[in-house]
Design a protein. Structure first.
Length: 326
């Protein structure tokens, strides 16, 4: 360590070319280069590189909270904790994601958020090997492996390890969706799902595939896309051996081995394997793209819905399909 004592001061650090005018500050600074931790907590034996860090740490044991928020009277053990808290009142969010421009109060929150773009999940569960983006998410997950589930639903007796878990569960009984999109009015059970939905309206595609660079508006879409890059196709047809990366692909393929074509046209009774094939077929009756004016597509759908309401559930279920002319 190249350190030169210039008489009584100032002191100069040859590592980072800085001058210091107080000897104790200079001594503490040198420890940042050596990695030495000379200050030990006599309660828990934890080591610190600077005395001020030790003083702050000891407040964990004493419960002392000398830093006071003048707005809400909340107290903090560390000055930095107070500084972070004050941003709640001021609304300041100085840390910005350069991918989606989302802003955060704390730098640590920005770092956690950035992992949602990279897909990295550095916190694995030691029990089931499932990985998580943040340590807090991992800690919440670990509770699911614990036998201690003190929060029980008084409707169905299902138990949960956290208060927030049972609160979310109650919504499945009430049907309440308190988080509504201010653009289209669609409502969601929790705020995270609303946030993911709102990205669709903004046109942003913040989730990028690290294999091919293709971008998606949601993490779920990215996860589904990534399957195409993996050679593993775990869904195998037991009749012909053909394999698929997604279960829905196998289910659709399985229909080709049977004579059942569950999607029947209400006009000519022709049947189809897939609903999308039926929708395309309806164009031949509606005259779309051919200059004919037989039956409108809307009337066919209307008649179809009437058939379903009368108990004749044939080929279009309750899903909504987007109609596209060829």
């Amino acid at each position: 360590m190249e350190v030169e004592n210039l008489g009584k001061g100032p002191w100069f650090c040859f590592i980072c070319n800085r001058f210091f005018f107080r000897k104790h500050i200079f001594r503490n600074h040198i420890l940042t280069h050596t990695g030495e931790k000379a200050f030990r907590c006599e309660i828990c034996d934890k080591l610190f590189g600077r005395k001020c860090y030790l003083v702050e740490h000891k407040r964990i044991h004493t419960g002392e909270k000398p830093f006071h928020c003048s707005v809400c009277d909340k107290y903090f053990g560390h000055r930095k904790g107070l500084q972070m808290h004050i941003r709640i009142h001021t609304g300041e969010k100085p840390h910005v994601c350069h991918i989606c421009s989302k802003r955060f109060t704390q730098y640590s929150a920005l770092k956690d958020h950035f992992l949602t773009h990279t897909g990295e999940k550095p916190h694995p569960c030691s029990i089931c090997k499932k990985s998580f983006t943040t340590k807090s998410s991992l800690n919440r997950h670990i509770l699911t492996h614990s036998a201690e589930k003190h929060h029980t639903c008084d409707i169905c007796n299902k138990s949960f390890s956290s208060q927030s878990g049972i609160r979310r569960h109650y919504l499945s009984h009430t049907g309440e969706k308190p988080f509504a999109c201010d653009v289209c009015g669609k409502a969601f059970v929790d705020k995270n799902r609303l946030t993911a939905h709102q990205v669709m309206h903004s046109g942003e595609r913040p989730f990028m595939c690290d294999e091919c660079g293709k971008s998606f508006s949601s993490k779920l879409q990215l996860r589904r896309h990534k399957i195409v890059h993996t050679p593993s196709r775990q869904h195998v047809c037991h009749l012909c051996g053909k394999s698929y990366s997604r279960k829905v692909g196998l289910q659709s393929h399985a229909n080709t081995h049977v004579s059942v074509k569950p999607h029947a046209c209400i006009v000519c009774n022709r049947s189809f394997l897939h609903k999308k094939s039926l929708v395309r077929h309806y164009m031949s009756h509606s005259g779309e793209g051919r200059g004919e004016k037989n039956l409108s597509f809307e009337s066919l759908i209307s008649n179809e819905e009437k058939g379903i309401n009368n108990g004749n559930e044939s080929h279009l279920d309750n899903e909504n399909y987007q109609y596209r002319s060829r």
